[in-house]
Design a protein around this ligand. Sequence first.
Ligand SMILES: [Zn+2]
Ligand SMILES: [Zn+2]
Length: 409
Amino acid sequence: MSTSSRTIDVRLTLKITSKQGNMKFSYPEIAVSKPLPTLADNEFESVAWGIENYGEDFKKLVVNKPAVGDQDVKIEMKFCGICHSDVHFALNELAAGSGSGSMYPIVPGHELVGTVVEVGRAVSRVAVGDDVAVGCIRDSCMDCKSCDSGDENYCAKGFTHTYNSPKSPAYSHIGGNQEVQNFGGYTQFDVVHERFVCKIPDGMELSKAGPIVCAGVTMWDPLKHWGATQPGKKMDIGIVGIGGLGTMGIKLASALGHRVVAISRSARKEELARSKGAHGFVVSTDPKSVEKEAGKLDLILDTIPAHHSIMPYLTMLSSSGTVVQLGCVGPLMEYSQLVLMFRRLSIASSVIGGVPSTQEVLDFCNKHNIYSDVKIVTADRLNEVYDELQDNNSDATRYVLDIKESLKL
Ligand SMILES: [Zn+2]
Ligand SMILES: [Zn+2]
């Protein structure tokens, strides 16, 4: 599919979503596009794969990365996961929520996996030769209540995303040209403050580690916050949506020893959900199926990224239960307060996880041999992979970019 037809497809998809969900999404007229600046003294060049201007295809680029500062770690990339949200950023789809367009040139990638090749003189957490991972957070203020408690994802000054984000004028710990946006993990080298670097545990399959620092921690952090990672605790947990996030949630919750009920709009996903460890299955559009779990679930993690009714989930919650919305959905969804009031139910939300949670889920997945199903690709296939992800956002298989092989092309 050519770039122009892909762009048109995105617009059509959003229009349809807009009708169904009564949302008012629109594209910004102009996406921010600036030519790459010349190399500054405190920077070095790295090969990367990105989109230079809005609407263009992926190509090999050379981008400037900051030189290694005292607390920085230089990583030679081996793999980078291709997340569905990379598609939204690269194609300028999230502009509707943020009020501004994606910043081009854009180099996506927030599931970085590589080896440390250089460290700043004050670095103590990792050493040259360590295999490490970096997720969605590249920087945060390091000085607020959330950062102090390891919830950098809820930094009071807003965390700095690994790519498509400016350096924060309020707190930047990132070196190099402060006027240039950050470039992500589809790259040969990256330099990241040691605080945001996690160690890959011994024995972990490097090609499969990337999705754990995004999809994995997105499911782990709410499980942890709502008590499901406490040793010995037994809960009844519902997972809504059997895609990349949902299957990861099923694997984590069942490995933690809970009874896991997969919830989907159709019976089609039952076999897949059970093969990932679900003990029960509910078709949320079938009242008889919902009735089987009525009042039984302590916690429901909802991964659906589109407008939908959450009333069937509230029916399935036990008293004091919580449904956590993880999908990126704009307007508030309808619910009856009476349903909440008489059983003290909560509707909550959560986004990714902080660095300590990211390290925990890496260690947990290594111990329990939990991985996403991955397909390894090289950079010449990025355009077709993006087309496929756009057509099918419920596929439980995650694509991973092989950086070393891509450099040989
Ligand atoms: Zn992601
Ligand atoms: Zn902070």
